[in-house]
Design a protein around this ligand. Structure first.
Ligand SMILES: Cc1cc2nc3c(=O)[nH]c(=O)nc-3n(C[C@H](O)[C@H](O)[C@H](O)COP(=O)(O)O)c2cc1C
Length: 196
């Protein structure tokens, strides 16, 4: 291995890294960083610096005060995306059956400042925090605020699974197919595993 030229070793490291992260919720942005390292655009130090930027995540659920119309939702999403872009925040908002689930990710300060504002927003109530912790990476790094509209059954199972994740209950297979929701479930269920 030591005799291999630098470029070949880079490519080998990249092949390993991509193989190891296949079928994991690693976001496109991290894969893009690995590829940039693979073609020599980034040094190993630069790659690690970018991958290790601390990410904080807040996940919560809440109840809409009154059901939101489509135009109200569009306004909310447009304003949120503009703010989130300005503050390097990413995440997911899921709405259905008069309920919200939101994941916010970014620096701890940006996430906490926005979450404090969101908690006071009169458009929803009964805000319950499901997670407030640092994370290994962003799961929605390509989305300022990805949006999924869910039906009542999907919402029920999503909340049940997210709330039960620390209890390691064996829950039934759930009828969820949207890729964003599968990412959310995979990300949070994986982190609820007991440490080995
Ligand atoms: C369920 C829900 C999710 C929200 N998500 C965001 C968000 O991701 N980003 C954002 O800037 N505002 C979001 N908002 C709106 C904020 O609560 C707030 O209205 C907005 O930041 C403007 O606040 P300001 O007028 O005090 O500046 C959300 C509101 C609700 C009800």
């Amino acid at each position: 291995m030591e005799d291999l030229p630098e470029e070949k070793r880079r490519r080998q490291a990249l092949t390993w890294a991509l193989a190891l992260t296949e079928n994991t919720p690693m976001a496109l942005a991290e894969q893009a960083l690995l590829e940039r390292y693979g073609c020599g655009e980034l040094s190993l130090d630069q790659l690690l610096g970018l991958l290790e930027r601390p990410v904080h995540q807040v996940l919560y659920r809440s109840q809409a005060t009154t059901p939101l119309r489509d135009d109200q939702l569009t306004d909310l999403l447009e304003q949120a995306a503009a703010f989130n872009k300005k503050h390097d925040l990413t995440g997911l908002l899921c709405y259905g059956d008069g309920r919200f689930i939101q994941l916010l990710e970014g620096s701890q300060q940006a996430v906490h400042t926005l979450y404090a504002k969101i908690r006071r927003d009169a458009r929803h109530q009964h805000v319950v925090t499901l997670q407030d912790a640092s994370a290994p990476l962003r799961f929605f790094s390509d989305w300022r605020l990805a949006f999924v509209r869910s039906d009542p059954l999907e919402m029920y199972w999503l909340i049940t699974h997210l709330e039960a994740r620390h209890q390691h209950l064996v829950l039934p297979q759930i009828p969820i197919t949207h890729p964003h929701l599968l990412t959310l479930l995979a990300a949070f269920q994986a982190r609820a595993q007991p440490s080995r």
